[in-house]
Design a binder for this molecule. Structure first.
Ligand code: TMP
Length: 208
């Protein structure tokens, strides 16, 4: 177990896996139980990281996969130092919608950046989640959910099927390699069921 007083929980998965809705509900559930919860997201979570997010998501500017990797980690460094570590130090539960596993899945597995380079940058950040929930959904559902959002698609929503497949495979490989940290959940289940499972696992593993 970590020495820090807080608990660091991350939610991961491909597009339209239901992470953001699950994060909202989980936050509400923990707050109702009287816990201090910091709900945040990546890329983002600080003014600087949100500015980097705008650059990363906009499809107006071409960026190489390595450039995107460095920008994701630049945003993460700001977020971890300014927001996540202080919250953990004061004992909060931090729920972060995406974190380093997304860089490993999207930029390394999906876009071909060297896995060991992403692993090295992950070590440089030096903060590992206590629990990572990986939401899995079949591609057809992920596509349908994206479509129903109706928003203009960003850089990552424009990726082709092969890249999406490799990203999904990346998340499975990450979860298989770190079973003590990662819990794979079925994102096709109703959100209440998914969040109920998360709540049980958090209580079981951390007592929070
Ligand atoms: P969101 O749609 O979950 O808000 O995430 C923004 C997009 O950024 C999503 O398509 C996944 C992508 N992403 C990466 O490619 N690498 C990363 O490290 C992170 C955090 C997100």
């Amino acid at each position: 177990m970590n020495e820090r007083p807080g608990v660091f929980i991350t939610l991961e998965g491909g597009e339209g896996a239901g992470k953001s809705t699950a994060a909202l509900r989980l936050t509400a559930l923990l707050r109702e139980a009287g816990q201090e919860v910091l709900a945040t997201r990546e890329p983002g979570g600080t003014p600087g990281a949100e500015a980097i997010r705008a650059l990363l998501l906009s499809s107006d500017t071409a960026l190489t996969a390595m450039t995107q990797t460095m920008l994701h980690f630049a945003a993460r460094a700001d977020h971890v130092e300014q927001v996540i570590r202080p919250a953990l130090a004061r004992g909060a539960v931090v729920i972060c919608d995406r974190y380093s596993d997304s860089t490993m899945a999207y930029q390394a597995y999906g876009m071909g950046v060297d896995i060991s380079a992403v692993a090295a940058l992950t070590r440089l950040i030096g903060l590992t989640p206590d629990i990572t929930f990986v939401l899995e959904v079949p591609e057809a559902i992920s596509k349908a959910r994206l479509k129903s959002r109706g928003a203009a698609s960003d850089r990552y929503e424009q990726m082709g099927r092969e890249v999406m497949d490799r990203i999904a495979q990346g998340f499975r490989a990450i979860a298989a390699a770190e079973p003590a940290r990662c819990v794979v959940l079925d994102g096709t289940e109703p959100v209440e069921t998914v969040v109920g499972r998360m709540r049980d696992i958090i209580l079981e593993r951390t007592g929070r």
